[in-house]
Design a protein around this ligand. Structure first.
Ligand code: IPE
Ligand code: IPE
Ligand code: MG
Ligand code: MG
Ligand code: MG
Length: 327
């Protein structure tokens, strides 16, 4: 039970720090929308990973907090821009920032949030700051690479599962990996553990994005906080779609392709019909099994990590809760 309480306790501290965000009211039009976004209910996965990684070695929650906040702010910035790219209506249970405040404000609020994220790293000593920036900037670049491919795949015809996996590694997994590695740097972990924990993060991140794809079709809107079926409407080449196209008989597979392109059906009908193909092809089961494979690979890496045993357990509990999530 103790482990559950630790990640919850950390989440509470993160939320308190985020709530303390204040801004110059003269620029309310810029800061108010993002202040609203960062305070909406969210899982805080990446900052929790960062703090737990620091605590696994010789770091504390307090020491890792600024880096954790920087990572969470960066993440929220990517969501603000992602919602523009994905034409998404709902985020964290509310209307998306660009729908509510307009495109230009969403672009600029995202930009300033990215800058605020970078400023959070400035509180570390020069050597640590340098290490953090090297890890962070590499991750940030890869997120853009992944996001670009995610968009290009919408209108591309034959995407291999391997290309999809590389795309989600870049858009999602690298940030989880960077969060853990930055935490490990702050905790002064050995070079070999920094590398191991990064690989652990990649596996966690792959599981996480696969589950996100799953929930986008099969989740509960109220819990998930995003519109169900958004990926289908956006013609996203998710694992569910690619696996279905691969597994179904060729005729059915062609029908599914046509259905995805169909612009005359109502959204609701289209989503339900596509989901029926996903289930028919057992792509949902295949997805859950692949998510579990990444989780198990992560567990193997986990076993090789040095560090405090009780924090290891806390990290393990937190990670397994992500695999079984419905939010
Ligand atoms: C959403 O991230 C974007 C993905 C990479 C799937 P989260 O699912 O962590 O969203 P919040 O931060 O909890 O809202
Ligand atoms: C988003 O992937 C990844 C990043 C924001 C970098 P998705 O587009 O699947 O995320 P959601 O589902 O909108 O949260
Ligand atoms: Mg997206
Ligand atoms: Mg999106
Ligand atoms: Mg998604």
């Amino acid at each position: 039970m103790e482990e559950v309480e630790l990640h919850k306790k950390i989440k509470k501290s993160i939320n308190n720090e985020v709530a303390a965000f204040h801004f110059d009211s003269y620029y309310e039009g810029l800061y108010e929308p993002l202040g609203f976004s960062i305070n909406l209910p969210s899982k805080r996965v990446r900052p929790i990973l960062c703090i737990l990684a620091a605590m696994l070695y010789s770091g504390s929650e307090e020491e890792a907090m600024d880096a954790a906040l920087g990572i969470e702010y960066f993440h929220t910035f990517t969501l603000i821009h992602d919602d523009i790219m994905d034409d998404a209506e709902m985020r964290r249970g509310e209307s998306t920032l660009y729908k509510k405040n307009g495109l230009n404000t969403a672009i600029l609020s995202g930009d300033v949030l990215y800058t605020i994220a970078l400023q959070k790293f400035e509180s570390y000593d020069a050597a640590t700051y340098k290490q953090i920036m090297v890890i962070f900037n590499e991750a940030s670049k890869k997120v853009c690479e992944g996001q670009q491919k995610d968009m290009e795949f919408e209108s591309a015809e034959n995407i291999e599962l391997s290309e999809y996996l590389k795309m989600i590694e870049n858009k999602t997994a690298v940030l989880a990996a960077a969060a853990l590695k930055i935490g490990a740097v702050i905790g002064k972990a050995s070079e070999s553990d920094q590398k191991l924990i990064y690989d652990l993060g990649i596996n966690i991140g792959m599981t996480f994005q696969l589950m996100d794809d799953y929930l986008d079709s099969f989740g509960d809107e109220l819990k998930f906080g995003k519109k169900i079926g958004g990926d289908i409407i956006q013609k996203k080449k998710t694992y569910l779609l690619l696996k279905s196209l691969e597994s179904l008989e060729s005729e059915q597979s062609s029908d599914l392709r046509r259905l995805i392109e169909n612009e005359t059906l109502s959204e609701k009908d289209k989503i339900n019909k596509v989901k029926a193909y996903f289930t028919e092809a057992q792509a949902d089961k295949a997805l859950l099994s692949l998510a579990d494979t990444y989780y198990k690979q992560g567990k193997e890496i986990f076993a090789q990590l040095q560090g405090n045993e009780s924090i290891k357990n806390a990290l393990n509990t937190f990670v397994s809760s992500l695999l079984n999530r419905n939010f």
